[in-house]
Design a protein around this ligand. Sequence first.
Ligand SMILES: [Zn+2]
Length: 212
Amino acid sequence: MDRVQELLLSLLSPPPHLCYLCERECEPSEDGLCDDCRRKLKLAIAPAPPEYVDGLTAGLQYCEELGTLFYRFKVNERRDYTPFLAQFISIPQEWRAELLLPVPLYRWREYQRTYNQSYLLAQYVSSRYQIPICRELLTRTRSTPQQKLLPSKQRKKNLRGAFLAAPECKGRSIVLIDDVVTTGTTISECARTLKKAGAYKVYAACVACSGR
Ligand SMILES: [Zn+2]
């Protein structure tokens, strides 16, 4: 086979499917995972919502392998992971959600990263549930050190006053969208700020969460 034929053949055959978690070649599957990884991942069971949050859903239990995947999603610009991850986000009907709010990044952080991963996820969730996104409800007013690097006592202090809510949140049922909820302090502070500004209910829906 000459090189032209080889090239044509490679263009005609679809690229091999790689498992989202281990990145090994595997048979294409509905959830994008290979059999081994599907067995490894555990579904999250009724995670407890942190203070000020009226309800929390998470598709998966956080684990080390997922940490690597989220790192690729956030830092290595793997935006193509979005539909795979968004499939694990769910919004119960009884929440009567009116608006989706991706957890905001500090402007400079978003500029450096070129995108907010929670906003990418929210776009998928928005079209699946037909709930509009309103990013303007909350702004991050300053950069804060990463929560997981701090001892638990300092986490709340670290975030106090880091967000600013818009008056449009008054009386609304809002769902915060985030990729991972670990300590819960970020969504808790978001919810506290929104409620102080008059939000009726604040829920949170994420891909994965760790048992706290
Ligand atoms: Zn795999």
